[in-house]
Design a protein around this ligand. Sequence first.
Ligand SMILES: [Zn+2]
Length: 58
Amino acid sequence: MRCAQCGWPSDETEVLSTHPTSQGWVRYRRCVCGRVAIEVVTPGGAGGPQVAGADARQ
Ligand SMILES: [Zn+2]
């Protein structure tokens, strides 16, 4: 996944915090451009963890 604003790889952005949820983890990341994104990480089966992103900016 890449930043929707600047295209920076989200794997290389700063992790602000990670919170466990009933479905996995919610991770907040801040990109080099200042955009804050929310990742939802759910433990996957054979396919590995599934990551979904959302823009946290209002
Ligand atoms: Zn960015």
